[in-house]
Design a protein. Structure first.
Length: 254
């Protein structure tokens, strides 16, 4: 009887230890998912870029989600790698620009600035916004709004000046997010008068698990509504700018 009790005790301890290990293991590891949806060599290089970003205090999760999102859309793996490499480079430039102008750079500001640069906003304009914005004001939404205005056909200098004026008037982030929808019809030409995407872009930065394969819905999981939840498998590879993919606006990169 004594040996039986000891055996049961050991089994209970082992089960408890296993439960703790499972509880501490992330339910959805982006690195593991990337290895599943990308060819081994590409996945290895992409993960190296992501690790470099992490070691340089850049928002590495945004790069993980970027790669997963494009894989889910069936984008060519080599194009995914290039997109991640280019975005990491833009992030480094934005980080250095913001630190030079303000002394610090938050991860979501870096991501927003990199997206603005991808859409054609140069580093000088990011620096100008950082220097002109009220002290202590987060630049995340202002930078996303500038990118969204450029997306809708407004020249980057005009977009910068409009946002700067609103910031000087102490407009709230909510007010800034309405700006793209306020553009005159000619600035929206070719854009289909679609709703402003600033809120959607910003939401993506607040939900690192929103990339495909996260296995959750609503609060931090599941793919974006426009992305099929197939983890990138079974989709016909597509190279950005080819096939039936909409033409990318001038200055905008994948």
């Amino acid at each position: 009887m004594r040996y039986l009790k000891m055996a049961l005790t050991l089994v209970a301890i082992a089960l408890l230890g296993s439960a703790r290990i499972v509880a501490q293991t992330p339910a959805s590891d982006p690195s593991a998912r990337l290895k599943q949806v990308l060819p081994p060599a590409v996945a290895s290089r992409v993960l190296a870029v992501i690790e470099k970003a992490r070691s340089h205090d850049l928002p590495a999760e945004a790069l993980e989600n970027r790669a997963l999102k494009f894989a889910a859309r069936g984008v060519n793996p080599d194009s995914i790698e290039k997109s991640v490499v280019d975005q990491e480079s833009r992030m480094e430039k934005v980080r250095d620009t913001l630190r030079s102008a303000r002394g610090h750079a938050a991860g979501d500001e870096i991501e927003a600035g990199a997206e603005a640069m991808r859409k054609g906003v140069d580093g000088a304009k990011v620096s100008a916004l950082a220097r002109s914005a009220p002290s202590g004001r987060s630049l995340t939404v202002p930078l996303y709004v500038i990118g969204s205005l450029v997306d809708r056909g407004l020249p980057s200098q005009d977009a910068l000046e409009r946002v700067e004026q609103r910031l000087k008037a102490l407009a709230s982030d909510h007010d800034l997010e309405q700006m793209p929808a306020e553009l005159p019809a000619q600035a929206n030409a070719g854009q289909g008068n679609k709703p402003a995407e600033t809120g959607r872009d910003l939401a993506g930065t607040k939900r690192p698990g929103s990339a495909v394969g996260a296995g959750q819905n609503g609060s931090g999981g599941g793919p974006p509504s426009s992305v099929p939840a197939n983890g990138g498998r079974g989709a016909k590879p597509v190279t950005p700018g080819q096939g039936n993919k909409p033409t990318t606006p001038p200055g905008k990169k994948p």
